[in-house]
Design a protein around this ligand. Structure first.
Ligand code: AVJ
Length: 314
């Protein structure tokens, strides 16, 4: 495995920055994913309202052979435990083209587990795990040939437009002729459908959102009263993203020793915890073109809820 990037050390600084600003307070979504958060996210993906995961899986199951045709290597950004990628790897193995798999994730444990499992599943496969943050550490990815670089699940939706442009430019720098970039994105659709996906009836998304406060309590010795916050999720049409927030129920005074701060929240004050951007094909064309890539194929599920772009350098 490559050297771990400094992911956790950024927590204290990010929290200080996000919770002491004068406007809307904010916590970055990457801090949702401790062991409990990852488990909750996993549960979200099987809630009836959360369509992105089954939609993307349907696209991958159906089109994987075409998506990976001729490729030798798969670089998966934000690999998680690679459940999303199985279809791509399977298709690559099926054509006999599979040589190397590069799982890239900010969680060293995830990268290690992923590497072990896939080495077992595909003896002879070179697995080259890289620990890092896909917003800053793409340079740590080894050079390769005939590669598919993938960011699946709609993860790019977590980035603000400026960050997204930077990220797409960094991806472009990874690509040589003959490589391609596979990007999963959630699509703009009926607001009720979008909002239901982030307000599931079973309350799993609410628990996932609130879990970030448990992370701060544990990692930074904070004393958030988690029960004193409410889950909020809504579609912001102007920004074209679903936004999740935590709303203070009553005035809160929180001490966060690990970040060296005390925070006061007014009754009803909200902390933004995630944006999840929703795209149109037109927007994807424009943003990828600005980063020097052209969409070669665009796939959706039968209902057109989720999109998978296959882009090439141009
Ligand atoms: C993992 C970022 C794609 O934005 O839908 C799911 C995370 N948040 N429910 C998304 C998430 C609330 C998810 N991504």
């Amino acid at each position: 495995m490559s050297a771990p990037a400094t992911v956790l050390p950024s927590l204290a600084a990010d929290v200080r920055d996000g919770l002491t600003r004068s406007g809307l307070k904010e916590l970055a979504p990457k801090y949702f994913y401790d062991a409990r958060g990852s488990e909750l996210f996993d549960q979200i993906t099987s809630q009836p309202e959360y369509y992105p995961t089954p939609c993307e899986r349907a696209i991958l199951n159906r089109h994987a052979p075409h998506i990976v045709a001729g490729a030798h290597e798969l670089v998966e950004l934000g690999s998680g435990l690679a459940s999303k990628t199985r279809a791509l790897l399977y298709a690559m193995a099926g054509t006999g083209g599979l040589r190397r798999y590069v799982p890239f994730d900010c969680d060293p444990w995830v990268v290690e587990r992923c590497a072990e499992e896939l080495t077992e599943l595909y003896p002879g496969l070179e697995v080259n795990g890289v620990v890092g943050d896909f917003q800053t550490d793409l340079d740590a990815i080894p050079r390769g040939e005939r590669r598919v670089v993938a960011l699946l699940g709609g993860t790019i939706g977590n980035l603000y437009p400026g960050e997204r442009a930077d990220f797409l430019h960094a991806v472009r720098r990874l690509l040589a002729d003959g490589d391609r970039f596979v990007l999963g994105t959630d699509l703009v659709k009926d607001v009720a459908v979008l909002e239901a996906a982030y307000n599931d009836a079973a309350g799993v998304t609410a628990e996932f959102n609130l879990n970030v406060l448990h992370v701060l309590n544990r990692e930074l010795g904070a004393d958030f009263d988690v029960d004193a916050f409410a889950h909020v999720a809504f579609f912001d049409r102007d920004s074209s993203w679903v936004e999740m927030r935590l709303r203070a129920r009553g005035e809160q005074r929180v001490s966060i020793p690990g970040a060296g701060i005390e925070v006061e929240l007014a009754d009803g004050e909200e902390i933004r915890t995630e944006i999840s951007s929703k795209f149109t094909l037109q927007a994807l064309h424009r943003e990828l073109a600005e980063a020097g890539m052209g969409i070669e194929h665009f796939y959706t599920d039968p209902d057109g809820l989720f999109g998978l772009s296959v882009a090439v350098p141009q």
